[in-house]
Design a protein around this ligand. Structure first.
Ligand code: HEM
Length: 389
């Protein structure tokens, strides 16, 4: 994990902002063909594509970006199809989806190992991507990472960052298309911070992104309502005694409760994030709640980022366990891609906002719009867009 963390250093994130801007502008002109006429796109289709384009241009490296073709897309789809709840419950079922997944995994592994071998023999101009960070890293005992280890970590990162970011950007755009007032607030923020006298914009930088409050609130609020990781499971490896204060209803005479070894526990950040006892109008998408300094949201954000710090071996991070807001998880396995995801989401949204107007065609995906899973997004409501007047 340490090596991966190096690949996500501030220096690398700084370099990614320009690359993500380029990819977003390219996508707008080539795929969306933005013009003065209103046109529509399916949020999830468009954002899935833009997410993989931006992740491959940055973290994954230029060979992956250049190799994004139908074969890669199909392998990804087969891997993804073998990454569902049934696979965790029954890991060895003799089903076609399992076989397709395993074949795709082998092919992907060979694809990455081929890139690594070629790099070793060739030039070294890949300073900002993750393969490069992993190639120059070793385990705690000094053993270097094998090509196979690196290839498999790259596959894990690809899977970890794709759905999470594409679902978040899709939900964000759907909410913004429904709320032109907030889209306009974002635009004003861009103009105030980056606007040139001739109506153009100064380039985005990593440091600037940190100062964009409205953009931050919009992403936070979307992650509160639509946390992409809805279930976090752990296998209990030794009996756990649950403190009296937490064991309700009481499971034994003395009020204590033990979760036996071998059981599974499941936590869902979305439950606390939408608890009406904690959040006012919990089901309402309201980015402004994060702006109220004495409100619950500000306290939850503070607990999540500034709470008890701990160092698991790759620098100090906040445990985040006390907060009712945990879209990136908490504790030892808290997401390591959080900063990258933020840079990716912020840059994509800011670039779109500078250039296009949005509106919804059709109703906001409902009645399940509060759900955290992305399925209800597919093919229902189109986002209409055109060049800003
Ligand atoms: C909006 C975007 C994202 C969200 C909401 C998110 C959420 C999460 C959550 C909740 C966990 C904890 C899972 C658990 O405890 O079992 C997690 C872990 C992880 N995430 Fe993310 N993630 C996002 C983006 C990314 C990206 C872009 C990457 C890679 C660049 C990434 C890499 C990882 C990895 C490697 C772990 C496992 C960490 C460990 O087990 O120690 N994530 N993520």
């Amino acid at each position: 994990m340490l090596a991966v963390k190096f690949g996500l250093s501030t220096e690398n994130l700084r370099a990614y902002v320009g690359m993500i801007t380029d990819e977003t502008l390219g996508f707008m002109s080539k795929e969306l063909r933005v013009s003065n006429q209103w046109q529509g796109f399916d949020a999830l289709d468009a954002m899935s594509e833009l997410t993989i384009l931006t992740a491959s241009r940055t973290l994954q490296g230029k060979e992956v970006r250049a190799g994004l073709d139908k074969t890669f897309a199909q392998r990804y789809e087969h891997l993804d199809g073998g990454f569902t709840p049934i696979n965790f419950m029954f890991p060895k079922l003799p089903l076609p989806s399992y076989r397709r997944r395993d074949k795709a995994q082998k092919a992907m592994s060979e694809f990455y190992q081929g890139i690594i071998r070629k790099r070793r023999e060739g030039t070294h101009d890949h300073e900002y991507d993750m393969i490069s960070a992993l190639q120059s890293s070793s385990y705690k005992d000094g053993t270097p990472l094998s090509d196979r280890d690196i290839a498999h970590m790259m596959i894990a990162l690809l899977m970890a960052g794709q759905h999470t970011s594409s679902a978040t950007s899709s939900w964000t755009l759907l909410h913004l298309a429904e709320r032109p007032d907030v889209w306009n607030e974002l635009y004003q923020e861009q103009k105030e911070r980056f606007g040139n006298p001739d109506g153009t914009f100064r380039d985005l930088t990593y440091e600037d992104l940190k100062e964009l409050k409205v953009l931050d609130y919009v992403i936070r609020e979307t992650l509160r309502l639509h946390a992409p990781i809805h279930s976090i499971m752990r296998k209990v490896i030794s009996d756990i005694s649950v403190p009296n204060s937490l064991s309700s209803p009481k499971q034994s005479e003395n009020g204590s409760y033990v979760i036996p070894k071998g059981h599974f526990v499941l936590a869902s950040p979305g439950v606390a994030q939408m608890d009406p006892l904690i959040w006012q109008n919990a089901e309402e998408w309201n980015p402004h709640r994060w702006n109220d300094e004495s409100g619950v949201a500000a306290m939850a954000a503070e607990q999540y980022t500034e709470g008890d710090k701990v160092d698991y071996g790759y620098g100090s991070v906040s445990k985040g366990t006390e907060s009712p807001y945990q879209p990136f998880g908490a504790g030892r396995h808290r997401c390591i891609g959080e900063s990258f995801a933020y840079v990716q989401l912020q840059t994509i949204l800011a670039t779109l906002c500078r250039n296009v107007e949005l509106k919804l065609q059709g109703p906001f995906p409902s009645p399940n719009y509060q759900t955290m899973i992305v399925l209800p997004l597919k093919g229902q409501t189109k986002i209409m867009y055109k060049l800003r007047a």
